[in-house]
Write a protein that binds this ligand. Structure first.
Ligand SMILES: C[S@@+](CC[C@H](N)C(=O)[O-])C[C@H]1O[C@@H](n2cnc3c(N)ncnc32)[C@H](O)[C@@H]1O
Length: 220
């Protein structure tokens, strides 16, 4: 799964999402650099690596954390100039009020722990799939699709919602292997019907929508 995620993300198809996160940080960070920024559930580390490349002035002190030792090890090998940790979002190994920014991308958000770890005025950048994300693939692998889940939610206690950008674009997956990597790195592999998965495995190309919400929540 880690290797599939690495190949898929390094192909560049999700770069618009990474660029949206970089912009959210640049717009939302306040006070003096360097900014302590932790990616909670960083996977194999694509997004911290992208941020490191964008950060020409060295404004971000980046930490990537994942509960999977294999993911954190793959991340550490790819970019030794970022700190990588094995740990849980439910108990971040950082002092109270020490982070300027916390990223949670397609992962397991723990609002009360994020509240503890962030400085007052710090930001939590929450990235999640919108209702049309990978719609064309989901139409193939599920017999029926769940209803639209884009309902506005109240921000978690202790946070105010400062911004919500919707990133939409269409991407072209150009090989059976790339489609297999996408399936392997998402929970869809475990939830989809056997028949749907078989149909997806036969595809040699697929155009799919990317539909992602980048929310910025500021710690009060
Ligand atoms: C869907 S993947 C997203 C990875 C990465 N953010 C990305 O977008 O490429 C979710 C990640 O969260 C990690 N994870 C799951 N539960 C976690 C927890 N309690 N604490 C930290 N990481 C967790 C998984 O190991 C996995 O790498």
């Amino acid at each position: 799964m880690v290797a599939a995620r690495r190949r898929y993300l390094e192909s560049g198809v999700y770069e618009p999402i990474a660029a949206g996160v970089w912009q959210a940080l640049m717009d939302g960070l306040e006070g003096e650099a360097p900014y302590a920024c932790l990616d909670a559930g960083c996977g194999e580390g694509y997004y911290p690596r992208y941020l490191r490349q964008q950060d020409k002035e060295g404004q971000l002190a980046l930490i990537g954390l994942d509960i999977s030792k294999w993911a954190a090890m793959a991340a550490a090998r790819s970019s030794p100039d970022i700190r990588w940790l094995v740990g849980s979002n439910a108990q971040l190994p950082v002092p109270d009020g020490s982070l300027d920014a916390l990223l949670c991308m397609f992962g397991f958000a723990v609002p009360e722990e994020f509240l503890r770890a962030l400085k007052s005025g710090g930001i939590w950048v929450q990235v999640e799939a919108g209702s049309d994300h990978l719609l064309e693939l989901r139409r193939i692998i599920y017999p029926t699709l769940k209803a639209d889940k884009d309902v506005a939610q109240e921000p978690a206690a202790g946070f105010s919602l400062e911004a919500c950008e919707r990133i939409r674009c269409e991407i072209s997956l150009t090989s059976q292997a790339q489609i297999a990597d996408l399936l392997l790195m998402t929970p869809h592999l475990f939830r989809a019907s056997a028949q749907g998965l078989e149909q997806a495995r036969q595809l040699t190309s697929l155009d799919v929508q990317v539909d992602v919400l980048v929310k910025v929540l500021r710690r009060l």
